[in-house]
Design a protein around this ligand. Sequence first.
Ligand code: SF4
Length: 329
Amino acid sequence: MTAPIRENLSGLDLRAEIDRLRKDRNAVILAHYYQKPEIQDLADFVGDSLELSRKAADTDADVIAFCGVKFMAETAKILSPEKIVVLPDMDAGCSLEDSCPPEQFKRFRAEHPDHIALTYINCSAAVKALSDIIVTSSSAETIISQIPESQPIIFGPDRHLGGYLNRKFGREMLLWPGVCIVHEAFSETELLKLKAQHPEAPVAAHPECPPHIIDHADYVGSTSGILQFAKNFPGDTLIVATEPHIIHQMEKALPEKTFIGAPGADGNCNCNICPYMALNTMEKLYLALRDLQPRIEMDEELRLAARKSLDRMLEMASGTVGKGDLGRA
Ligand code: SF4
């Protein structure tokens, strides 16, 4: 687990110090929706991983402090090589990234030479570099709909997102067997009990959830999509099946509505809080801005290879690639 902080920071006004360093360093602070509320509240931008990296690339900041997990900070570095990118805790990983070591992925690709690799953004830069097209949960459907049905596809590393897309589009993509430990932990039994208590409340679920949760959802979409659904649905109570810290943004934007996190196995566990995201703290953010460490460093050849599959996604998500342009990168 992560190294303990050895300095005594108890006398510091961390919020004021972070604000001072943000100015001194010309830094932009990004927070993913799954961060603690105190971090979301001080960030310059709160959002999903790709949206944050793109916003940071558009600023004239010299430093990006990414309060999220490592693959997200790597994505920021891929898009902004000239900027210093710090991650408050370098142990903030992801079970999906861990499930897909680049060497194994490379072998799997070699075993299926006629398949293109469509890869969820929750993976390492090395796996991005081995992929043809990256997708996010918000761009995946637009991108798959542009790939001819005759083109075989490997989809990794999230088998639940891949399975959801297979069912929705009638495809038979080969699925890498990774899962998000957070979305995997929702309990169908407890969800049905909660629905019985709130029969009018719709369920909004992230496609990283397993099918037995998706089957009970009224809306399935990315974090940004779920937030949008929360704003638009006509009722006053919503059951939310994704990491519960996103509810902070919903409560801020819609104080008149009620948002209930979908339950885990015993109905009341904290198993749906992402343990990796939770590693980032105010103390570690302060130290990262002060010391400009831990820092994302990336070999330029790797960065350019990973950038190619990300660019492919951006082009396809905006509809600028024709079907004839698809194929192995
Ligand atoms: S919530 Fe799941 S997918 Fe997101 S960072 Fe945590 S483990 Fe990875």
